[in-house]
Design a protein around this ligand. Structure first.
Ligand code: URA
Length: 239
C-alpha cells in the first residue's frame, strides 16, 4: 500500500508537489472516479490510477544505474553518512530500494539500485558467475608473475583462494591503470587481490556488471533508470 501522491509521482513524470497539485485539481482518477486525497493509501496493482485520463503504467520494480562518487556509503540508509539511495531524485525514492552489490565508500562507479530482491539475488549469486569489471590505479607496476597469479586465481593474505581473474594493463607506468574482471564478490576483493601480490590500490572504479556498462555520460552522483535491454544484459552476459 502506498500513498496516492507518492504513486503518481513515482510512476509518472511529475514531482511530488506537482502530483499533489494534480490530485487537488481533480486531474487524477482511481478506478474511473476523481480522487482528491493525496494521502489515500492504495495497492497500485489492484487499482487503475490515471492522470488526465492516462493510466499509470505501474512498474512493480525499478532499476537505476548510478555513477557512485567516493565518500558515499553503498547501503540503503545511514543516520550520518549519505548513501547511494539518497542520490536518487527525491520523487523516485520508494520503500525497499537497495544497492545490488556493494562498493567500498572510497570506490567509484557503477551501482545498480533496485527493489527487486529476486533479481539482485540472481545477479549476486556466486553460482551465476556474473562478471564484474573494475578499473584500478596501482601504486607500482605489475610483474609478469603478478599477472600469472591473477590468471591462476590469487590467494589472499588469509589463505582464501580466489577464482581466476582477468587482468589487463590499460596504461603502463609507475602508477599503472589496470582492468580486472572477477566472477565472484568477496569482501574488498580487488584491494585484497592486489595486496596479495604486494600492490596497493590507489583508485578503484566499477565499470561493468554482466553486460551492463556504466554510462559515462552520467557525471559522478548522477543516475538514470535502466532500459529493459540493459537490465536483461546483466544476467545474460557471461564473458
Ligand atoms: N573490491 C574492492 O576491494 N572494493 C570494492 O569496492 C569493490 C571490489
Amino acid at each position: 500500500m502506498e500513498r496516492l501522491d507518492k504513486l503518481v509521482c513515482s510512476q509518472g513524470t511529475l514531482t511530488r508537489s506537482e502530483a499533489g497539485r494534480a490530485i487537488r485539481c481533480g486531474r487524477v482518477t482511481v478506478d474511473g472516479k476523481v480522487c482528491r486525497q493525496g494521502a489515500l493509501k492504495l495497492d497500485p496493482a489492484a487499482h487503475d490510477i490515471a492522470v488526465d485520463g492516462k493510466t499509470l503504467g505501474y512498474a512493480k520494480f525499478v532499476y537505476w544505474m548510478l555513477n557512485k562518487p567516493a565518500g558515499i556509503l553503498c547501503v540503503s540508509r545511514d543516520p550520518k553518512v549519505p548513501t547511494v539511495v539518497d542520490l536518487l531524485p527525491a520523487e523516485h525514492r520508494r520503500k525497499g530500494l537497495f544497492p545490488a552489490g556493494r562498493l567500498d565508500k572510497d570506490t567509484h562507479g557503477l551501482v545498480l539500485i533496485t527493489d527487486d530482491g529476486d533479481f539482485a539475488h540472481r545477479m549476486l549469486s556466486p553460482r551465476h558467475h556474473i562478471p564484474k569489471t573494475y578499473h584500478a590505479v596501482l601504486d607500482k607496476p605489475l610483474t609478469a608473475e603478478d599477472a600469472e597469479a591473477f590468471q591462476a586465481g590469487p590467494v589472499l593474505a588469509d589463505g582464501t583462494q580466489c577464482q581466476p581473474a582477468k587482468l589487463s594493463v590499460l596504461r603502463e607506468g609507475d602508477n599503472p591503470l589496470v582492468e580486472v574482471v572477477i566472477y565472484e564478490g568477496k569482501y574488498h576483493q580487488i584491494k585484497r587481490m592486489f595486496a596479495a601480490v604486494g600492490c596497493h590500490v590507489e583508485w578503484l572504479k566499477r565499470v561493468k556488471m554482466g553486460g551492463l556498462v556504466l554510462d559515462e555520460s552520467l557525471v559522478e552522483g548522477a543516475c538514470r533508470p535502466l532500459t529493459q535491454e540493459e537490465k536483461d544484459s546483466i544476467l545474460t552476459e557471461n564473458n
